[in-house]
Ligand binder design. Structure first.
Ligand SMILES: [Zn+2]
Length: 450
């Protein structure tokens, strides 16, 4: 079959699909069928995050749980290291199941205080430890630098995970062993799906829960909207090929002086004093603020991109390589490129837009978006792109965004001529796995029987 007949077939197929959709809508309107009759469902994992408002006894119970989780993690890590040093052959290694058994036998004699908390907290801590080791070995095999699991410290990233009977009440959440805790939320808690587990974290003396649910949602309809190229940067967070820009909030950059001042004041306080504790809290509060501002911006930008464009084209940035540049490391970390990539990947899956990741070797900045001429060199200080061949002048980042969107378009729509077309063929454009959670697509008729 020739390419043309494939296209014709493709066109008629979309026409049939559209026709079916219209018929279904019509039958639904007439109340003949159920809304999801014709739609396929996908299974996604989602997390809902709330801030807790615990009373004093709940507060101590929460920190007790976090303490047990930390203790178990450190105990497990110590045991693994000791085993590795002392035992021979296969005896050297252990896993979560074996460690859990050993811990349960020790609970009766040595760790009887663990009975005051839920059994999930230590179990999940051992599971986390196992994951940390797995990541470490994966790093060794693939040549990536992933550190050896470290011991946890009191008050640093305190958290624990629970599962079992977790229920939402109006403005409260029920946790196993701890009970009903109020939530700092004005409206009623909303969630849909089946609750899998809950992770409780302490940040700057505030407690947060994130509830993981497994939810079935209808397969998203493809988003209508023009394809867009996105160039990420430091001066402006993102510039789109249609000219829209998103300002970089410089969450940390703007607060550097304050952070420096706070950490200096912390280092001057006497160890173990109340004053030191207070200074520490002030500093962690500032860091939490920085984190929140960065997350908020990234969530807004990625939601806008995924909801209003049929195709989002981004460059496959080598973030760890960029971080090796000592002068740029801080500003790059401040933008959160990696987090941007993570969010855009799952959002595109949710809302039904296509994510295209263009290979690292594609010269998006050096190429002219008008004639396809490629410069040999382009320094970072040149903010304006001037083409030597056709004399075209354009903002450097906008030029890159235009090149990105052009390279992803099929041949017929490509206005940039031979050059880009050849490039697009030769480069391997990864059709990114836009659905990070790998949603299982199950037809509705099957899922309803379950
Ligand atoms: Zn040119």
């Amino acid at each position: 079959m020739s390419l043309n007949s494939y296209r014709k077939l493709g066109k008629s197929w979309t026409f049939i699909k559209q026709l079916c959709e219209v018929t279904c809508e019509f039958l639904y309107e007439l109340k003949f069928i159920n809304r999801h009759y014709f739609l396929t469902l996908m299974l996604i994992n989602r997390a809902y995050r709330y801030e807790l408002d615990p009373n004093n006894s709940q507060r101590s119970s929460l920190s007790q749980h976090a303490g047990v989780a930390r203790f178990t993690y450190n105990w497990g890590l110590e045991q693994r290291i000791a085993r590795y040093k002392n035992k021979q052959g296969d005896e050297r290694f252990t896993d979560t199941m074996k460690q859990n058994k050993l811990l349960n036998s020790l609970k009766k004699s040595q760790f009887s205080w663990m009975y005051e908390t839920s059994k999930c907290a230590p179990q999940e801590a051992l599971r986390n430890l196992h994951r940390a080791f797995k990541n470490f070995y994966r790093g060794l095999n693939s040549g990536k630098k992933i550190g050896f699991p470290r011991f946890k410290r009191r008050g640093v990233r305190d958290s624990f995970r629970l599962y079992g009977t977790i229920r939402f009440h109006e403005r409260a959440i029920q946790l196993p062993r701890i009970g009903k805790i109020r939530i700092k939320e004005k409206r009623k808690c909303y969630y849909s799906g089946r609750i899998l587990s809950v992770t409780v974290r302490r940040r700057a003396n505030r407690w947060f829960v994130s509830v993981t649910v497994e939810d079935e949602t209808p397969d998203p309809k493809p988003v209508r909207g023009v394809p867009v190229g996105v160039d990420l940067g430091v001066k402006t967070l993102a510039i789109l090929s249609d000219g829209t820009t998103f300002a970089n909030p410089r969450a940390m950059g703007r607060r550097l002086r304050k952070l420096r001042q706070l950490s200096k004041s912390l280092s001057r306080k006497q160890k173990g004093s109340k004053n030191r504790e207070r200074a520490k809290l002030r500093l962690t509060k500032m860091y939490l603020k920085v984190f929140n501002i960065r997350q908020d911006t990234l969530h807004k930008v990625t939601t806008y991109l995924a909801k209003s464009h049929s195709k989002v084209v981004i460059e496959d940035l080598c973030v760890s390589g960029m971080m090796r540049n000592r002068r740029l490391a801080r500003v790059i970390a401040d933008v959160g490129f990696y987090e941007f990539r993570r969010q855009i990947e799952y959002r595109c899956g949710w809302y039904g837009s296509e994510l295209v990741v263009v290979s690292r070797t594609f010269p998006s900045s050096r190429m002219c978006s008008q004639c396809g001429h490629r410069k040999k060199e382009l320094s970072l200080s040149e903010r304006e792109y001037k083409c030597e061949q056709c004399g075209f002048e354009i903002d450097r980042d906008l030029n890159a965004a235009l090149n990105l969107v052009a390279v992803s378009l099929p041949e017929t729509e490509n206005a940039c001529g031979e050059e880009v077309r050849l490039l697009a063929d030769s480069l391997n454009l990864q059709r990114a796995a836009s659905m990070k959670q790998e949603p299982n697509i199950i037809p509705d008729s099957m899922s309803r029987n379950v």
